[in-house]
Ligand binder design. Structure first.
Ligand code: HEM
Ligand code: HEM
Ligand SMILES: [Fe+2]
Length: 497
């Protein structure tokens, strides 16, 4: 198969795996948006597809597809960088390939079961075969066990390759983080009939994943991405990475408390959660400073403009979506009013998009550049309007949607909570106010804009750089002056700094 000027068959096994993981990730991303649109429409027309494709199922597929495609995106990125970073070919290539197919077949079966078995009795079989009932990780128990086995195999591939080759600051952090990521998944697997207890452990997966281990993972990917797109100096990037990781774990682990305010856990969580989660934006500020510092140092000159644009988008949207929008509702005094309103959903959307969608898209642009035979992806690239427009449409859609949800959340906090005193009646009153209903319309409109942006993005992935043949411009790199194994002092001398 000929893609651009590189033969797919010329890629290494690890790179081919990346392409496969990214492809499935993008299919799932599109599915996520389609199910999101149907769920959003059901807010406006509650009878739509009732009994055929119920809201709870659409919502579940929407957010499960998100979690899975993002994990696929991370795995794709790690397979892409593991050989470059370790200097040796992937260890256990056969196993890695088998894992990909097993995982993908399992995901397909799980989704089909969600769609075809939408209601029925909830007993032990349901838990094992159909749905475990934990938001975001609803996959049944058999799939849980399968996922853990696949993750162990993936860990073996990655850690084994670094062991066979060389280690670096980035790979060290990455491998330790994978242990934490896989280990935490276990906390979402055991069953208890006590709801607060069940939720207590479930948050270990959800919060500690997205606000600790996933953030650290994207820190590693970002570090590598900055070296590749800008030629940022490895020593500086690694130092930033250590600082960010320390801050991230320092605030994010006990920040978990912001989900323990009202679920029946002891009262001391109010203080712990409020304090530590209020500090969570600090590492996100560091990440913005880091990206802008590096980009500024290199006068924003890169060999891959789309990737750099999405990396910068990551730094900012992560800070605003997770940091600012999270901070807004994280103090217990405020959360008492905002909890469980569309306010959370507004933050949830902007944070997931800002922190994870952006960086995975950036990384896909890096891999595509290689597939096109290392063409120079500058601002005036042929057909460059596509990446710029898709970036704009996706962001306008997402920001618009989050603002609409924020307005709906404000309205709910006032009418339902502050004025209505959180009664059952007030709950419905809140949702029949014009501000709420209009916001739901705007969410729908911005959702369509966003979906148009995604379709254009996918077209761009297929087309970008295909007709171009200007070779990649050597990034004025300090990193390139650091050949394998050479002490950094020598490299710095070579770079003349
Ligand atoms: C990339 C990082 C983050 C992601 C992806 C994320 C995502 C989410 C999502 C999806 C929810 C809704 C959960 C549910 O279904 O109940 C949520 C809730 C929440 N997030 Fe974040 N978040 C991130 C970072 C942060 C940060 C840094 C803060 C604080 C500064 C924060 C504060 C909160 C709070 C307080 C809630 C609870 C809302 C409530 O239930 O009342 N988040 N987050
Ligand atoms: C076409 C665009 C989209 C539409 C129309 C849409 C619509 C929806 C709807 C209707 C819900 C259920 C809300 C509720 O139960 O009140 C939802 C939940 C959610 N969506 Fe989306 N969505 C879209 C895109 C995205 C994207 C791109 C992401 C992340 C990258 C995302 C992440 C989430 C999350 C995390 C939740 C759960 C929020 C919570 O529990 O608070 N969505 N979405
Ligand atoms: Fe959290």
């Amino acid at each position: 198969m000929k893609i651009g000027r590189i033969n797919y068959s010329e890629l290494s096994t690890a790179q081919k795996l990346s392409v496969k993981y990214f492809t499935v990730a993008m299919v799932l991303f599109l599915a996520q948006l389609i199910f999101g649109l149907v769920a959003a429409w059901q807010f406006l027309a509650p009878d739509f597809l009732f009994g055929i494709l119920d809201f709870n199922v659409n919502r579940m597929v929407h957010i499960n597809a998100m979690v899975v495609w993002m994990l696929y995106g991370f795995i794709g990125a790690i397979f892409w960088l593991v050989e470059d970073e370790s200097g040796v070919p992937l260890v256990g290539a056969w196993l890695a390939n088998a894992t990909f197919y097993v995982l993908t077949v399992a995901v397909t079966i799980v989704v089909l079961v969600y769609l075809f078995v939408q209601s029925g009795p909830g007993d032990a079989w349901t838990l094992w075969l159909i749905n475990e009932g934990r938001e975001y990780i609803e996959a049944p128990r058999w799939a849980d066990i399968g996922i853990v086995i696949c993750m162990v195999a993936f860990f073996y591939n990655v850690a084994g390759t670094f062991v066979a080759g060389r280690w670096s600051g980035i790979s060290g952090v990455l491998v330790l983080d994978l242990v934490a990521l896989a280990g935490l998944y276990l906390a979402g697997m055991f069953y208890t009939t006590n709801l607060p207890m069940d939720q207590y452990w479930w948050w270990w997966v959800i919060h500690l994943w997205v606000e600790a281990t996933w953030e650290v993972l994207v820190g590693c990917i970002m570090a590598w991405g900055l070296i590749k797109t800008l030629g940022a100096r490895r020593r500086i990037v690694t130092t930033w990475l250590y600082v960010e990781v320390a801050l991230m774990f320092g605030s994010g682990i006990l920040g978990l408390g912001h989900h323990y305010f009202w679920i029946g856990t002891p009262e001391y969580w109010l203080g712990i959660g409020g304090f530590f989660s209020a500090l969570e934006p600090v590492p996100l500020v560091a990440m913005v400073v880091h990206a802008v510092y590096d980009a500024g140092r290199h006068s924003f000159r890169s060999s891959n403009h789309p990737a750099l644009a999405w990396l910068i988008a990551h730094a900012f949207c992560n800070f605003i979506g997770a940091g600012v929008f999270g901070f807004m509702q994280t103090l217990p005094q405020i959360n008492m009013f905002t909890h469980g309103t569309q306010w959370s959903s507004s933050h949830g959307h902007l944070a997931f998009f800002g922190a994870y969608t952006t960086i995975i898209v950036a990384f896909i642009y890096l891999t595509i550049q290689r597939l096109r035979g290392d063409v120079w992806m500058s601002g005036d690239l042929q057909g460059g309007w596509r990446w710029k427009w898709s970036l704009a449409l996706l962001h306008v859609g997402m920001v618009g949607m989050s603002m609409a949800l924020l307005i709906a959340g404000y309205e709910q906090s006032f009418i339902e909570r502050a004025m209505g005193g959180s009664t059952w009646q007030a709950y419905f009153d809140g949702q029949t106010q014009p501000w709420f209903i209009q916001a739901m319309w705007w969410r729908m409109i911005f959702g369509v804009i966003m979906t148009a942006g995604l379709v254009l993005l996918l077209v761009d992935f297929v087309k970008i750089g295909a007709g171009d043949n200007r070779p990649i411009r050597a990034v004025p790199s300090e990193a390139i002056a650091e050949p394998e194994g050479q002490p950094e002092e020598l490299a710095e001398a070579a770079a003349g700094s």
